[in-house]
Write a protein that binds this ligand. Structure first.
Ligand code: DGL
Length: 256
């Protein structure tokens, strides 16, 4: 019998990965778990993010998934390696800021990474920079407030543009020609990032690449596609969010 693939994020950000994955693997069943009650993760302690990730992964495994996608940079930084150790028989896909592809394509050699405070101050980004930056300069920018605005359906608002002006403009002024979206939520405000950054600045969103990684990591044997949505937050609210963001009318189930 085929089993579903579990995808987890603190909230709506991982839907950027899910949407690509559904296109690529149309016969697979997915369970999308949003830990909206505890979002945003970016300002939480590492211990908190670790505990929440354990809960989410346990929930997905109890639901019978054949592999887990941690579609959250913050949780991947804190917990991906330890999840792999804890569940050696389960394939995991994580996500990390796309420093390597940015270094390969930047012409100015100056790259901006936009991410949560947790990711900016975390181990993984530091080690990616020391591994791949070479002679490039990597400017990191924590973006507190953006995840909250996106979760509140205000991704298209003046508040979002004002925060982006504060976060993005200094990077571009410093010569960055490439911006890495280091938080899955930012996928949904790519157009605003591009507008604030201005012409000639490339934006790297790894959602598609992460979705492709699912096909290389997790067994694909589904016979009929579909998604079961779960949230630890308000299920009615998430249902409305899915409808507003993607015109999708789907049931949303409560998660612990
Ligand atoms: N979407 C998540 C990420 O990629 C986390 C956002 C948050 O809850 O702060 O980091």
């Amino acid at each position: 019998m085929s089993q579903p693939i579990g995808i987890f994020d603190s909230g709506l950000g991982g839907l950027s990965v899910l949407n690509h994955a559904r296109h690529l693997f149309a016969n697979e069943q997915f369970i999308y778990l949003a830990d909206q009650r505890r979002a945003p993760y970016g300002d939480r302690t590492r211990e908190e993010v670790f505990d929440y990730t354990v809960m989410a992964v346990d929930r997905l495994l109890a639901a019978g998934v054949k592999g887990v996608v941690i579609a959250c940079n913050t949780a991947s930084d804190v917990a991906l390696d330890r999840m792999r150790e804890r569940h050696p028989a389960t394939p995991f896909v994580g996500i990390e800021p796309a420093v390597k592809p940015a270094v390969a394509t930047s012409r100015t050699g100056i790259i901006g990474v936009l991410a949560t405070s947790g990711t900016v101050n975390g181990e993984r980004l530091r080690s990616l920079i020391s591994k791949y930056a070479g002679t490039s300069t990597i400017l990191t920018q924590a973006c507190p407030g953006l995840v909250e605005l996106i979760e509140d359906g205000l991704g298209d608002s003046r508040q979002t543009e004002a925060l982006l002006a504060e976060y993005v403009t200094p990077l571009v002024t410093a010569g960055a020609d490439t911006l890495v979206l280091g938080c899955t939520h930012y996928s949904f405000i790519t157009d605003h990032v591009a507008k604030v950054a201005g012409p000639g600045v490339a934006i790297i969103d790894p959602a598609d690449a992460v979705a492709r990684q699912i096909g290389r990591t997790i067994r694909l044997d589904g016979a009929q596609g579909g998604v079961r949505y779960e949230t630890s937050g308000d299920a009615v609210r998430m249902r409305r969010q899915l409808s507003e963001m993607f015109s999708e009318d789907a049931a949303v189930y409560p998660a612990p």
